[in-house]
Design a protein around this ligand. Structure first.
Ligand code: HEC
Length: 75
């Protein structure tokens, strides 16, 4: 009886400890995201338009033809 009780306490502490560690990791990840909140996030319209919103962005194709990579932000 007392043996199982003694074994249960450390297991509970380990569980609580790992929960606290997980919460700390999640909080750290969240604060990193908050720190970059003013920059356009990747994979968004604003991020793509930071380059493709420039009317002079173009690509020269292997055959010498110039392809405009400009995307109008209005449509
Ligand atoms: C850092 C500037 C920049 C950002 C940000 C950017 N692009 Fe581009 N994109 C370019 C450049 C420069 C090229 C031409 C690449 C080359 O020379 O092959 C290009 C090429 C492309 C092409 C290929 C066009 C073709 O027909 O070959 C697509 C599609 C494209 N981008 C979509 C996107 C999307 C969607 C996003 C947002 C997730 C994005 N781009 C973000 C600069 C950017």
């Amino acid at each position: 009886m007392s043996k199982t009780r003694l074994l249960r306490l450390p297991a509970g502490l380990i569980f609580a400890g790992s929960l606290a560690l997980l919460a700390a990791i999640l909080l750290a990840a969240f604060s990193i995201r908050q720190a970059h909140a003013d920059e356009p996030a990747q994979q968004t319209e604003a991020y793509c338009l930071s380059c493709h919103g420039k009317s002079d962005l173009s690509l020269t194709l292997p055959d010498g033809e110039t392809l405009s990579l400009y995307i109008s932000p209005r449509c």
